[in-house]
Design a protein around this ligand. Sequence first.
Ligand SMILES: C[S@@+](CC[C@H](N)C(=O)[O-])C[C@H]1O[C@@H](n2cnc3c(N)ncnc32)[C@H](O)[C@@H]1O
Length: 416
Amino acid sequence: MDRQFALDILLKYKQEKSYLNLSLHACFQNQQISREQKDFITRVVYGTVQNMLYLEYLLEPHLKTRVKAYEKMLLLMSLYQHEFMDSIPDYAIVNEAVRLAKKKKGTKTAQFINAVLNHAFHQHRSLDELDDEKERLSIETSHPLWLVKMLSKQYGEEETRKICYADNEVPYKSARVNTLKTKKESLLKDDMWSEGQLSPDCLYYQRGNIANTKYYQEGLVTIQDESSQMVARLLNPQPHEYILDMCCAPGGKTSHLAALMKNQGRIDAYDLYEHKIPLVKEQMQRLGVDIVHVQAYDSTHLIELYPADTFDRILLDAPCSGLGVLARKPEIKYHDSDSMDEIIQIQQKLLENAYFLLKNGGRIVYSTCTINKKENGKQIETFIKNHSDMKKIEETTILPYQYHSDGFYMCLLEKE
Ligand SMILES: C[S@@+](CC[C@H](N)C(=O)[O-])C[C@H]1O[C@@H](n2cnc3c(N)ncnc32)[C@H](O)[C@@H]1O
């Protein structure tokens, strides 16, 4: 049954471009699935997508004609288990694939799957066929060639190599201590937690899903990547200030801002999508935050809601291409590269709104979870060129290989 679940999620991803985490979550609502089964399904689904280009490369010589989506995904998923899951014997992988194919498509397809897998398992295609360095890196780490070329241009070949390898590793699991309810030192008494490397509020943990623990349920911690925890601190909001959070859902940084303000003052928080708002409200309630006023609204039009010079500080955690979080969301790397150009324009509009609404002497943090420089440093360069009263105070890029965390960009700006 486990492989059937994994295959269904992978096919839905291929056909509908569905998000893997949402499909897995929906699948796991079924109470019959044990922890071990969930781990297996998650690993096969993420592993297959993460290594898709490499698996397609291995499979290619063994297919004489085009195959249908079902057969192709079943083959790729089986090849993933053969290549990356040493504990599963080959005969078990083949038997399970043949059983699934027979049930869904009949004996002929089952025989085809059996033959292709037996060939592919015994005649391993070498990467040495690829002479071009970038092409080889692209296939080896399953990053589309355009992405490898773009990163090489922006960061150089050596950094790109490190980024691509890190994208295929498992990032550290990190939580943020909710200082409105407890202290990090108290939590560290339980050896399930260890200290982070970058953020003073970060705790690492090893075990599965902390959402089921009392720490999470009582609002003592929240799940947040360590790089992302650096953003609210960079803005450094003070108690009693008036803060704007322009793109807030699901509320990770909003609640961090509130904690740094000791839950005193006011945060107006917006997100474009109505359906995300209850999630933000739930988070605030669980974490004991009551200074946040959250609404669905398009923040590219916020200047229509407020007069100029309204806010002391503004967080613009902008929508972006997400190229810093490929280890956690591998499906993003296969998105169409054209969508990045649209996002750059939205980011520009959001920045213009932030500029208008910021008080003189006030500060903005612009942040993204991408490492595409066009959405980051270049975006800010243009913004400053257009607004000579905006001064860059501090700018940080975190690459995914540095701390086993998300790749992030954050820039602190001040209005003179
Ligand atoms: C990077 S996420 C924000 C993460 C959030 N700050 C946190 O820490 O939990 C970007 C968010 O921007 C929202 N968004 C996209 N376009 C927007 C717009 N025009 N106005 C407001 N929010 C927008 C998306 O729905 C998404 O939730």
